[in-house]
Unconditional design. Structure first.
Ligand SMILES: Cc1cc2nc3c(=O)[nH]c(=O)nc-3n(C[C@H](O)[C@H](O)[C@H](O)COP(=O)(O)OP(=O)(O)OC[C@H]3O[C@@H](n4cnc5c(N)ncnc54)[C@H](O)[C@@H]3O)c2cc1C
Length: 507
């Protein structure tokens, strides 16, 4: 029996996959599609992470989909609300019915002769392996491994008598009330988790090797509160959304152009939040510039309030070894603990770990160049969704979904069966795909595609510029090679001159 075929196969039912399905349905209504999801639930990140206090660290007006307004004034939302929002969106658009749960894509082979992908899928519920085919593969698998977080080697860890938990694997039955907890890490997860743990723990110590930039933002958006009761959602939502897009870009731009002033400003804001004489130089003065790494956001300064209240202390030091009762530091100090939480990061993986093969040759992702941050050089009919590092993820993933729909529309209009980004004769100097210096990014970047120094081999970290580019961009591009399968009709509108029989860069 021939394997099931769909026009577009979306992989992943997180915020990107659900958004991509909604866009596809809206903009390419004739296309058949399915969504493969390795887990048993919608939501991706927002279903997986269950640690106390899990919440967004970018505002919901930009983390939500432009086609489904985030109502209410709460800018920072808890994980459960975000998960419900994604689920409700899927249901409202009827794309929930297209999701095949417990279906993990493991490998995909492109055949130019057949103009289709043949994919291998493992079913987590039955253990079966099945095959499907599709005309276009759209990977919305996020950027990190679900089965494993990152934990560095800690000397003596096996000796420790207390509980050790990685936030990625936190479950509701983990008790922490009345415990002395050490949280290792200084990133977004640590600063989210710590104030929540401090509400019930005996004491929480944040143990960091080096400080991060931490900024406090209002949990409730002041503009949303102002206009929410006055303007209808269709006016209020885009207004607040664009205010937040522009504010984030302004802060980012200012940080890059005037790092010294930005450092000073952040320091002043922190000084105001912490008790007089607090050692900011040791604990809150990073060695890198603002936005060399992702900034940590805390709503209404909850993290600083917990420090000021004496429920949280910060220790900047290195671990020498774990002992039976806690941690010995390189300075010689010791930290007693009943529980250690390793907020030490994610293990990044591109394309959900799927192996790609094009016409019999395995694709080495590290050797490919990303076209507009969404397709791979030399890989036909395939796109991947990747958000911004300096703004809400969904701004980037929704733009990608719209670009994919535009390319699919263009292919349909001219009966192209294959679209492949090609560098041609151009020499593109490869640079790291994600422009952040964080350890977890640097550790993984050789496995990710590269990008070039400029358009279209680079997607600039600016939503406004990318929106403008999408509007100007007609769906083809000299760097996109469009071809037709032998014998496919070239149905072109009569007002356009005939395209070459098999290859056309830009009609
Ligand atoms: C704790 C935490 C907080 C964050 N907070 C923010 C924030 O506030 N703002 C922000 O912009 N970003 C934030 N991020 C980044 C976040 O991951 C993105 O916002 C966004 O949720 C990514 O959505 P996604 O759908 O692309 O990927 P994911 O949410 O990772 O979903 C990917 C889905 O694909 C499935 N999948 C993966 N591989 C396969 C496969 N081979 N076959 C089938 N299915 C597969 C997974 O099971 C998963 O359901 C945060 C990340 C973390 C970990």
């Amino acid at each position: 029996m021939a394997p099931e075929h769909v026009d577009v196969l979306i992989v992943g039912a997180g915020i990107s996959g659900v958004g991509a399905a909604c866009r596809l349905q809206e903009r390419c209504p004739g296309k058949s599609f399915a969504i493969l999801e390795a887990r048993g639930a919608i939501g991706g990140t927002w279903d997986l992470f269950r640690f106390p206090g899990i919440r967004s660290d970018s505002d919901m007006f930009t983390l939500s989909y432009p086609f489904r307004p985030w109502t209410g004034a709460q800018a920072i939302a808890d994980g459960w609300s975000i998960r419900s929002y994604i689920e409700e969106t899927a249901r409202a658009h009827g794309v929930d019915e297209r999701i095949r749960f417990h279906h993990r894509l493991v490998a995909a082979q492109w055949s130019s002769e057949e103009s289709r992908w043949r994919v291998e899928v493992e079913r987590g519920d039955t253990g079966e392996t099945l095959e499907m085919t599709c005309g276009f593969l759209f990977s919305c698998t996020g950027y990190y491994r679900y089965d494993q977080g990152y934990t560095p080697e800690f000397d003596g860890l096996e000796r420790f008598g207390g509980e050790v938990v990685h936030p990625q694997f936190w479950t509701d039955d983990i008790g922490y009330g009345g415990k002395r907890i050490v949280v290792i890490g200084s990133g977004a997860t640590a600063v989210t988790l710590i104030p929540a743990l401090a509400l019930r723990a005996a004491h929480v110590t944040m143990l960091q090797r080096s400080p991060s930039y931490i900024i406090s933002l209002p949990a409730v958006d002041p503009l949303a509160r102002l206009v929410g009761g006055v303007l209808p959602t269709r006016l209020a939502y885009p207004l607040v959304r664009w205010k937040n897009v522009l504010l984030a870009l302004t802060v980012y731009g200012f940080s890059r152009r005037r790092p010294a002033q930005m450092r000073m400003l952040i320091r002043k804001l922190i000084e105001r939040r912490l008790p007089a004489g607090y050692d900011i130089d040791t604990h809150f003065k990073p060695s890198y510039e603002p936005w060399d790494q992702r900034m940590c956001i805390v709503p209404d300064g909850d993290f600083f309030d917990a420090i000021s209240a004496g429920r949280v202390s910060v220790v900047t030091d290195r671990i020498a070894t774990f002992t039976e009762t806690g941690i010995e530091l390189e300075s010689g100090a010791t930290l007693d603990a009943d529980m250690v939480v390793t907020a030490t990061g994610l293990e990044l993986v591109p394309l959900g770990g799927v192996g790609l093969n094009v016409d019999g040759g395995d694709v080495d992702l590290g050797e490919t160049l990303a076209y507009r941050g969404m397709m791979l050089s030399g890989v036909p009919n395939m796109a991947f969704s990747f958000g911004y590092a300096n703004q809400s993820w969904t701004l980037g993933s929704d733009l990608t979904a719209r670009e994919v729909c535009r390319i699919l529309g263009h292919m349909d209009r001219y009966r192209y069966t294959q679209c492949t980004p090609r560098t041609g004769d151009a020499t593109v100097t490869p640079v790291q795909f994600v422009d952040l210096s964080s350890g977890y990014v640097r550790r993984a970047m050789d496995r990710f595609p590269k990008q070039g120094a400029q358009d279209p081999w680079r997607r600039v970290q600016s939503y406004t510029q990318n929106v403008r580019a999408l509007r100007r961009h007609p769906g083809d591009d000299p760097e996109l090679e469009f071809t037709r399968a032998a014998g496919a009709p070239a149905a072109r509108p009569s007002y356009l001159s005939a395209a070459p029989a098999s290859t056309s860069p830009a009609p």
